[in-house]
Each structure stands twice: as structure tokens, then as C-alpha cells.
Design a protein around this ligand. Structure first.
Ligand code: FE2
Length: 292
């Protein structure tokens, strides 16, 4: 695990950043949320070592955004701040692991409009979360495809660089019983590293079975509200959830669970800052044996 860097995102910084990245400033009909004035987002760098990573992708940088939850608790301005901060990391790829909205369809178009401004050299890839399934899987998928995001619904995509290929796989939400990892991985060459986008970390058992190398997951919000002596908000609402945040490994599978960016149930995060993980892919170095 890499060192953590705490980055405070304040309005003044955002305005400067947004304009320097060519982002339009906020539409007049959106007002700043009173819950966001001290919003902090932790940018956490991590190195992910992968077997059989093609050399063209050694050092690739991936920004992972999850659980944005555009809603009355997470304003349009806040979503734009997240995107400006993601763009500042200058990623090669962006992974989006679901829950773009919470309960209402009316936030789908605005969140897609904001996500349209993500910049990544080799593309933005997304999967759906449980809230997206509940609000409208087809509506969310369509809006995000309009925004230029490649939605991986039990499917894989290829990224080409210098004649070499990296595969990225995504599954639908596990808790809805609609994830089909076998189908999603169909067509991958046996030697290709298996990189999976999944909203729900409970996919790990299946991912291990299918020899997935790396899973980027979200869903838990890292607990979201952690008061001393009490169980986290997430563990109260989802008592079967085994993992809350950070790295989990199982067999050859390593998974990173991001605390994500948004808020549900209550408009607060307590002792659980929002997070944007930034992964750097590294190839496993094979030892060379000197010949006599
Ligand atoms: Fe969520």
C-alpha cells in the first residue's frame, strides 16, 4: 500500500482547477450544499503489481471514482469538484464503480453531464451499483454512454497501446444477482491479466474462483459514519458486509475497496473521508538467472 496524501478540496482551489482544466463553472440553478464547505477528499496512491502485464502498460495510472451519489446530499458543485480533482491526477484510465445517483432519476442527467468532463488518455470505464439498478439501470447506462463512458455490463473491453492489449472487465451489481463474471471474461486470452470493475466487494469469492488479478470495488463508503464505540453506519445497514475498505486478498486476487465519494442515509461523513484511489500498474519483475 502506498503513502496516503490528504488533500483538502476547497471552493477557491476548485474554481482555479476547474477553469485551468476547461471545465465550465456551475450552472446558475445549482447552489452549493451547506454540507460541503469542509469537504475533504483523500487521494490515495497505490501500486498494483500484475503478472503478465504487457510492458506498454507498465506504469499506467488509473483513477478510481465510486459512490458519487449525486442527490440532495451531494450537490452538482461537489460532483464537479470530484471530477476536477480526478483530472488533476492526469490518469491514463478512469474506473467508475457505480452508485452515480441514490434514489431519484432526476439526478441521472446532471451526473452524466458532469462525468462527461472526465479526462483520461485511454478512456473511462464504468459499471453499475445497487442504487443505479434501483433507480433505473437502462437510464443510467444510456446517460453515461452519452457522456462517453464505456459501460461494462458483464463485458470486457480492450485498450491498445504500442501494439499491445490490456483487457478491462466489468460486472453488473452482485447483490441484484445480475453479475455474470464467466460471461464478462469470455474471450480474454488465458495469459492476459484479469482486471475487474465491480461495485460490490462481495464479488471476491467469484473473482478468486475466476483467477481475477485485481478488483476495484466500492459500495461500503468505508462505513461513512464512524463514531467512537459504535458500529459504522454501513455495518448497521448491511450487516453481512464483510469488508469495509482498503486491500483484501484472496488466492491470486487482490481487491481494493474505496471509501468512495458520496453520502447516503445521512448527509455526513464522520471520521471517514471521501477517497480517490490512484493505482499505478507495475509488471512483476522476473528474476534472470546468470548463465555460467
Ligand atoms: Fe453507495
Amino acid at each position: 500500500m502506498g503513502l496516503l496524501t490528504l488533500e483538502s478540496v476547497r471552493r477557491r482551489t476548485f474554481l482555479k482547477t476547474a477553469s485551468s482544466y476547461g471545465l465550465p463553472l456551475f450552472p446558475a440553478n445549482y447552489r452549493s450544499s451547506r454540507f460541503l464547505t469542509n469537504c475533504e477528499i483523500e487521494v490515495s496512491p497505490h501500486t498494483i503489481t500484475l503478472r503478465h502485464l504487457p510492458p506498454a502498460f507498465d506504469g499506467f495510472r488509473i483513477v478510481h471514482l465510486t459512490d458519487i451519489h449525486h442527490s440532495k446530499y451531494v450537490s452538482f458543485n461537489a460532483v464537479y469538484r470530484m471530477i476536477a480533482l480526478a483530472n488533476r491526477q492526469r490518469p491514463d484510465l478512469v474506473f467508475l464503480t457505480g452508485d452515480y445517483v441514490t434514489w431519484s432519476k432526476k439526478y441521472i442527467t446532471p451526473v452524466a453531464e458532469a462525468l462527461r468532463h472526465l479526462k483520461a488518455r485511454y478512456g473511462v470505464f464504468g459499471v453499475l451499483g445497487n442504487h443505479d439498478m434501483r433507480v433505473g439501470a437502462e437510464d443510467v447506462t444510456q446517460a453515461l454512454r452519452w457522456a462517453g463512458i464505456e459501460m461494462l455490463r458483464n463485458a470486457s473491453a480492450q485498450i491498445q497501446r504500442f501494439g499491445q492489449t490490456l483487457w478491462v472487465t466489468g460486472v453488473d451489481e452482485y447483490s441484484y444477482g445480475q453479475s455474470d463474471l464467466a460471461l464478462a471474461l469470455k474471450g480474454l486470452p488465458p495469459s492476459a491479466p484479469r482486471i475487474l470493475l465491480a461495485h460490490n466487494p462481495e464479488i471476491i469469492a467469484e473473482a478468486t474462483e475466476h483467477q481475477v488479478d485485481f478488483v476495484a470495488a466500492g459500495h461500503t463508503h468505508g462505513g461513512q459514519v464512524k463514531l467512537p464505540g459504535l458500529r459504522s453506519l454501513n455495518s448497521l445497514t448491511q450487516p453481512t458486509q464483510e469488508f469495509l475498505e482498503g486491500f483484501v486478498s484472496s488466492g491470486r486476487t487482490q481487491m481494493y475497496i474505496s471509501r468512495g465519494l458520496g453520502k447516503v442515509i445521512v448527509p455526513l461523513r464522520v471520521k471517514c473521508p471521501a477517497e480517490i484511489p490512484v493505482y499505478t500498474f507495475k509488471a512483476v519483475k522476473h528474476r534472470t538467472h546468470p548463465t555460467a
